[in-house]
Design a protein around this ligand. Structure first.
Ligand SMILES: Cc1cc2nc3c(=O)[nH]c(=O)nc-3n(C[C@H](O)[C@H](O)[C@H](O)COP(=O)(O)OP(=O)(O)OC[C@H]3O[C@@H](n4cnc5c(N)ncnc54)[C@H](O)[C@@H]3O)c2cc1C
Length: 511
């Protein structure tokens, strides 16, 4: 048997860790280089005043047993079935003195909406049918289509056909356009607020639909729990992570990627390199702008067609009893007097209560978060402001104060019972993960956008693969997971290998 080939993986986010685990399982010798002192990337929990701030998982797709995604979560040992908490709703939106809860039970949603607007009955029934149809659409997430056999491709095609018409229709519609089909101003409003940002109707209903079919939830222990388990799985499979190891550039000789150079000048060689981080950063910094990629570049250039979502992430602690007495659902949105965050103005607050997990409750106080959507222009605003660190801190404090004030105006019983813990801005995500424009998800799937399923290769560089949420719209941790697996499958294809060596054989060669 040949000596196992070596793969260097850049980034210990979900995608990099996934490549590491599948790489080890398939007999490669892998090493991950991560710039931060801790793993996780955007999927991260940090602490303020002893309270955890979960910076990622609001919604984890792939919790349903028997699905491809769930199998992949199992392969990387991200969680056990018992760790998943499922809610009976996808949040509540309060508008015009009405509270609409997005129930996972669509019959219940239908009943509530018809009560509000009987004249919209036909359209409401159309909406719930559409959600089911979209959910029945089985996207292949376990393997890139470019390496599927003809039989697998045919199977995928057959499974996609019944939902294809709904898919094509809903991807070309904004939520605002669809909302116009309803008469009730309440329903019109909620349809535009289910998911923040500029996603098309398909993405919005897909996200809500995962809750309705029981394929989504949250995980006990939050983002760090998943990451800790994946790191342990990687270690048990024989992988090695180097922290505080920032990669400065890719080492390329005669069009072949042969390794990496770290910021301290050391060079590490490998047979393959997987860059599991922001693709724009890979192109401009790691490849020093010497290689082009049309798929990524055209999206970066057209910010209106492909806006990059980010957020101001404001976290508070509130008195547990006072908050629970309000009787709100886990996610609760209400309208308010306008306030400014970044370059944009908002008249909506979306609160999230973490009391479903005891880890977020301490000394009678509960962690509560408000996520305010940001776009490219907001990022540029914060970036400019950051040049003056004092001004930047003041502005963050102002945004937090304004949010707090509106929460108290809405819920006066919380006065003197709510305290700021932390504010993260798009610049935080850029600093921490090299995320282009501070984006926490890749290009939004707008009604004008075309779906990105990158082939993972950069033209002109052999043995380099890119992965991560930036290669696979609409993004989020499930797509980071899939793309991490895809990189290994692509390498296996190049190696003309489809087997798995035993652990004993691996250990012999890895020494
Ligand atoms: C506030 C917030 C809420 C979110 N909510 C959800 C949610 O509810 N559900 C969901 O599915 N997704 C959610 N996401 C998105 C999710 O976190 C990301 O899609 C996912 O974590 C991306 O993983 P990744 O591995 O592709 O990239 P990243 O997490 O960005 O990983 C890249 C890694 O590479 C490292 N790196 C960068 N540059 C270098 C370098 N030069 N050298 C070495 N290492 C480097 C980074 O430090 C990082 O660790 C949320 C994100 C945020 C910020």
């Amino acid at each position: 048997m040949d000596k196992p080939k070596k793969i260097i993986i850049i980034g210990a986010g979900i995608s990099g860790l996934t490549s590491g685990i599948y790489g080890q399982k398939n007999g490669f010798v892998t090493e991950i280089f991560e710039k931060n002192p801790l793993p996780g990337g955007l999927c991260f929990t940090w602490y303020r005043k002893g309270y955890p701030i979960d910076g990622c998982i609001h919604w984890l797709t792939g919790t349903k047993e028997g699905t491809e995604l769930n199998q992949m979560w199992k392969d990387v040992d991200a969680f056990d079935k018992e760790d998943i908490i499922k809610d009976d709703n996808f949040g509540t939106i309060e508008v015009l003195n009405q509270k609409i809860t997005l129930w996972c039970d669509l019959n219940k949603l239908e009943e509530d909406l018809i009560k509000i607007s009987p004249q919209d009955k036909r359209q409401i029934k159309h909406l719930t049918k559409l959600i089911i149809k979209i959910q029945n659409m089985k996207l292949p997430l376990d393997m890139p289509t470019s390496i599927m056999s003809i039989w697998r491709l045919m199977d995928v095609g057959i499974k996609l056909t019944p939902s294809l018409f709904s898919y094509l229709n809903t991807t070309k519609l904004t939520c605002e356009q669809y909302a116009k089909r309803f008469k009730s101003p309440v329903i019109k409003y909620i349809l535009t607020q289910i998911v923040p940002g500029h996603n098309n109707l398909y993405s919005t209903l897909f996200a809500y639909g995962t809750a309705c079919v029981g394929n989504g939830g949250v995980v006990k222990g939050g983002s760090n729990y998943i990451i800790k388990r994946m790191v342990e799985k990687y270690r048990l499979e024989g992988g090695v992570i180097h922290y505080n190891s920032e990669v400065k550039r890719l080492f390329i000789e005669n069009g072949v990627c042969k390794g990496i150079e770290l910021s301290d000048g050391t060079i590490h060689k490998a047979d393959y390199v997987i860059s599991a981080l922001d693709s724009a950063y890979t192109l401009t910094s790691l490849l020093e702008g010497k290689y082009r990629d049309k798929e990524i570049e055209k999206r970066l250039a057209e910010t209106k067609k492909y806006p990059l979502p980010s957020c101001v992430y404001t976290t508070f602690v509130v008195d547990y009893n006072a908050y629970k007495e309000l009787g709100l659902t886990t996610t609760y949105q209400f309208q308010c007097e306008p306030f400014k965050a970044g370059a944009s103005s908002f008249s909506l607050i979306k609160m999230r209560d973490y009391s479903y997990d005891p880890m977020f409750v301490k000394d009678g106080k509960l962690v509560m978060n408000v996520m305010t959507h940001q776009d490219d222009e907001d990022f540029l605003y914060w970036k400019k402001l950051k040049e003056d660190p004092t001004e930047y801190s003041i502005r963050k404090q102002i945004v937090a104060d304004e949010i707090k004030q509106r929460i108290i105006e809405k819920f006066p019983s919380l006065k003197d019972k709510i305290e700021l813990l932390d504010v993260a801005t798009p610049v935080t995500y850029e600093r921490y993960c090299n995320a282009y424009h501070g984006a926490y998800m890749p290009f939004a799937f707008t009604n004008k956008a075309s779906l990105l399923m990158h082939n993972g290769k950069i033209k002109g560089v052999k043995n380099l693969f890119i992965s991560g949420q930036w290669t696979f719209m609409p993004g989020g941790i499930p797509f980071a997971l899939s793309s991490g697996k895809f990189s290994i499958q692509r390498i296996l294809k190049q190696e003309k290998r489809h087997y798995r060596i035993t652990k004993k054989q691996y250990q012999k060669y890895a020494k």
